[in-house]
Design a protein around this ligand. Structure first.
Ligand SMILES: Nc1ncnc2c1ncn2[C@@H]1O[C@H](COP(=O)(O)OP(=O)(O)OP(=O)(O)O)[C@@H](O)[C@H]1O
Length: 611
C-alpha cells in the first residue's frame, strides 16, 4: 500500500514561518533522523575517548595488562561501528522524509496550481511555476536530506568532546575553545552586512538572467535590426556590474574570513594547546598524561567552524525556497461552488461586468452583452481595449470583479470547472501542444473518443492529410518526431475543439499567416467549428467577421457600439472608421453563412449528446 504524502498545507500549520510550515508533515521523521545522527556523532567521539584512556594507561608508568586495554579497544571499535550504522540510518530516514516531502509538496503544488485562476497561471509563466515545483523543492532536498544532519553532527561531536575535556582539566578545556571563539568573532566580522549583500547578490543574478533571456529570446529581431551589439551590451553591463559588486564584497571579507578559517585549523589549535600544555605541565598544574586527550580531541572542538558558513548558506537557500513555495500555495484559488449549477442552454449573458487585474484599474467597465445560442458575436476594438480579457471571463480564466457572467442562466462561478469546460471550448492563437502523439493531442478534447472520431475531427479541421503524411501518422510525437508549423498547430487545436464539441466556443482569430494556403485551410476549419455553435470571436481583421450576427466594439474597456456590419457602417462611428482604416481586405469571412461555403457540421458525437 502506498503511503499518503505529507499534508504540507495542514491548516494548523498555517501562520508558522514558511520553513517550519513546509516541514510540518515530516517533522517526526526529521526528529528521528536528528536523534539518530546525534547518537551517531556521540558514538563517533567514543573511540577518541577510548584511545585517550588507552594512552593514559600506556603512559602511566607501569605496563598495563592486556586485560585492562582490550575492553577499551573493543569500546573504541564498537563506538566507531555504532557511529557508522547510526549515521547511515539517520541518512536513510532523512532521505525517506525528503522523498515524502518532495512528493507531498509537488502534489500539493500541482493540485493548487490546478485550482488557481487559469489567467493567473498564464501570467505567472511556466518559468515561475517550474522553478517552484522543480528548483525550490530540490533546494529543500539538500536541506532535509543533508544540511540538517550535517548541522547536528557539527554541533554534537564538539559539545561532547568539550564536555569530556572539561572533566580532565577545565582550564585547558577553556583554552581549547579559544581558537573557536576567535574564529566566530572573525567570521562575524566577515559576515557583517551579509544580508544586504546577499540581497544585492540575488538581484544582480536575476539581472544577469533576465538580460540573458531577453538577449536569447530576441536574438532574431535584435540581429535583423542590426542591434546585436547593443543588446549584447546590456548583458555585458549586467555581468560587469555583478563582477564589480562581487569582487568588492570578496575583497572586503577576504581577510577576516580567511583568518576565521585559519585559526580553527588543527595545526593552530594544536599549537595553542601544546604551548599551553608545556606551560601547565612545566608549572606542575597538569600531569603530562592529561595532555593526550587535548591533543586528540582539541581539534574536534573547533573543526565544525570551517563548515558553518556553507551550512548556513544552505539553510538560508532552503528558507528562501520554502518562502516561495508557501507564497505559491497561499495564492488565491478559484472558489468551487457550494451549490453547483448546470447551464440550461448555450445562452451567454454578461450583466454589469467590470474587471480589474490589479484591484484598482478597471480594464473592463459595465459590460452588458448577450450571446444567443447558435449565433456568432465578434469582439473588435483597438489593441488593449479588453477583448481577450472579456473572452477570458467567459472561460473563467479570471472571476469578474463586479457583475455576473451566466451560461444558460447559471453563474459561471456556480458551474463546477469540469462541467464548465464541457460547455465552453476555445481555440486561442497561442496554441499549446503537448509532447504526446498527434492522436492524444486531438483526444485531449474528449479522452474517450475512438480513433475513428479523432480522424473525423482531424479531417473536418483540414489537418488529416498532413497527419497521414507524417512518418508515424497519428502516432507521431509532437515536438519529438515532428515540429508543426503555427498554422498546422492551430488546425490541430481546432480538431481538438471539434472533438470536444462544446456548444459554446471562444475563438481568437489569427492575425496573419504567411502562407495563404495555410490561412485558407484554417479559415475553412474555423467555419466548420463555428457551425451551429454559440461563437465569440476575438477579431483582429474586421473583414473576417463582417457577417457576424453581432459585432461588439470595445474601446477602453467599455462597449462603444454594437450591431451588424451594415448597421455599424451606417452609424459612421468608431467601427466605420476602423473599417475604412483597414482598407480592402481579401480575408475569408469566417462568419459568412455556411451555405456560401463548403462547411458542414461533422457528425462527431453519438446521437443524443448534450447538444
Ligand atoms: N495578465 C494581465 N495582468 C495585468 N494587466 C493585463 C493582463 N492582461 C492584459 N492586461 C491589460 O488589460 C488591458 C486589456 O488587455 P487585453 O489583452 O484584454 O486587450 P486586447 O483588446 O485583447 O488587446 P490585443 O488586441 O492587443 O490582444 C490592457 O491594458 C492590458 O495591458
Amino acid at each position: 500500500m502506498t503511503e499518503r504524502p505529507a499534508p504540507t498545507t495542514a491548516p494548523h500549520a498555517a501562520g508558522r514561518p514558511p520553513l517550519r510550515r513546509i516541514l510540518y508533515g515530516v517533522r517526526r521523521r526529521i526528529a528521528v533522523a536528528f536523534v539518530l545522527q546525534a547518537a551517531g556523532s556521540i558514538a563517533g567521539v567514543v573511540p577518541f575517548i577510548a584511545v585517550t584512556l588507552i594512552a593514559e594507561r600506556l603512559t602511566a608508568g607501569t605496563a598495563p595488562s592486556g586485560g585492562r586495554l582490550w575492553p577499551l579497544a573493543s569500546l573504541a571499535c564498537a563506538g566507531g561501528l555504532a557511529a557508522m550504522v547510526l549515521g547511515f540510518t539517520a541518512g536513510v530516514v532523512a532521505h525517506l522524509a525528503d522523498n515524502r516531502l518532495q512528493l507531498g509538496l509537488r502534489l500539493d503544488l500541482a493540485r493548487h496550481i490546478g485550482r488557481m485562476p487559469l489567467g493567473r497561471v498564464s501570467a505567472a509563466g511556466t518559468g515561475e511555476l517550474k522553478s517552484a515545483i522543480q528548483d525550490d523543492v530540490h533546494a529543500l532536498h539538500s536541506l532535509v536530506a543533508h544540511t540538517l544532519l550535517d548541522a547536528t553532527a557539527l554541533l554534537t561531536a564538539p559539545l561532547l568532546a568539550l564536555a569530556y575535556l572539561l572533566t580532565i582539566d577545565w582550564r585547558l578545556a577553556l583554552l581549547s575553545v579559544l581558537p573557536l571563539a576567535a574564529g566566530v568573532y572573525l567570521f562575524g566580522r566577515a559576515m557583517a552586512g551579509a544580508k544586504a549583500n546577499m540581497a544585492e547578490y540575488g538581484a544582480a543574478q536575476s539581472r544577469i538572467s533576465s538580460a540573458a533571456v531577453e538577449f536569447a529570446n530576441g536574438i532574431a529581431v535584435v540581429k535583423s535590426f542590426g542591434r546585436g551589439r547593443r543588446a549584447h551590451a546590456r548583458f555585458l553591463a549586467a555581468t560587469d556590474g555583478f563582477s564589480e559588486f562581487f569582487t568588492g564584497w570578496v575583497r572586503a571579507t577576504l581577510i577576516p574570513s580567511t583568518a576565521a578559517l585559519l585559526v580553527v585549523t588543527p595545526v593552530v589549535v594544536l599549537l595553542v594547546l601544546v604551548t599551553a600544555g608545556v606551560v601547565f605541565t612545566g608549572a606542575g598544574w597538569t600531569p603530562v598524561v592529561d595532555l593526550v586527550p587535548f591533543v586528540l580531541l582539541g581539534p574536534v572542538v573547533s573543526a565544525p567552524m570551517g563548515l558553518v558558513g556553507a551550512r548556513m548558506q544552505q539553510i538560508r537557500t532552503g528558507q528562501a525556497a520554502a518562502a516561495r513555495i508557501t507564497a505559491l500555495l497561499d495564492a488565491p484559488v478559484l472558489p468551487e461552488p457550494a451549490v453547483p449549477a448546470a447551464p440550461a442552454d448555450a445562452r451567454v449573458s454578461m450583466r454589469g461586468v467590470s474587471f480589474s487585474y490589479d484591484g484598482s484599474t478597471d480594464v473592463l467597465k459595465d459590460i452588458d452583452m448577450d450571446l444567443e445560442p447558435g449565433t456568432v458575436t465578434a469582439l473588435v476594438g483597438p489593441s488593449g481595449s479588453g477583448k481577450s480579457t472579456l473572452a477570458a471571463l467567459l472561460l473563467r480564466f479570471h472571476d469578474v470583479t463586479t457583475g455576473t457572467v451566466t451560461i444558460g442562466d447559471a453563474d459561471v462561478r456556480a458551474i463546477p470547472a469540469a462541467d464548465l469546460y464541457r460547455h465552453v471550448g476555445f481555440v486561442l492563437q497561442d496554441v499549446r501542444l503537448l509532447r504526446a502523439t498527434v492522436a492524444d493531442n486531438v483526444r485531449l478534447g474528449r479522452p474517450e473518443a475512438t480513433d475513428e472520431e479523432v480522424k473525423r475531427a482531424a479531417r473536418a479541421a483540414q489537418i488529416h492529410d498532413r497527419i497521414t503524411a507524417l512518418p508515424k501518422g497519428y502516432a507521431t510525437v509532437v515536438g519529438t518526431d515532428v515540429v508543426l508549423s503555427g498554422g498546422e498547430a492551430q488546425r490541430l487545436s481546432i480538431a481538438r475543439a471539434l472533438l470536444a464539441d462544446t456548444p459554446i466556443v471562444v475563438l481568437d482569430e489569427a492575425t496573419a499567416f504567411a502562407d495563404p494556403r495555410s490561412e485558407s485551410l484554417i479559415q475553412d476549419a474555423l467555419s466548420t467549428l463555428a457551425f451551429g455553435r454559440t461563437l465569440l470571436v476575438i477579431a483582429h481583421r474586421l473583414a473576417t467577421v463582417r457577417s457576424a450576427d453581432r459585432i461588439v466594439v470595445l474601446d477602453g474597456g467599455r462597449i462603444a457600439e454594437q450591431g451588424r456590419h451594415e448597421e455599424l457602417l451606417a452609424a459612421a462611428g468608431r467601427y466605420a472608421r476602423m473599417w475604412r482604416s483597414q482598407g480592402l481586405d481579401a480575408s475569408v469571412d469566417l462568419t459568412a453563412p455556411t451555405a456560401s461555403r463548403d462547411t458542414s457540421r461533422p457528425d462527431l458525437t453519438p446521437k443524443g449528446t448534450h447538444r
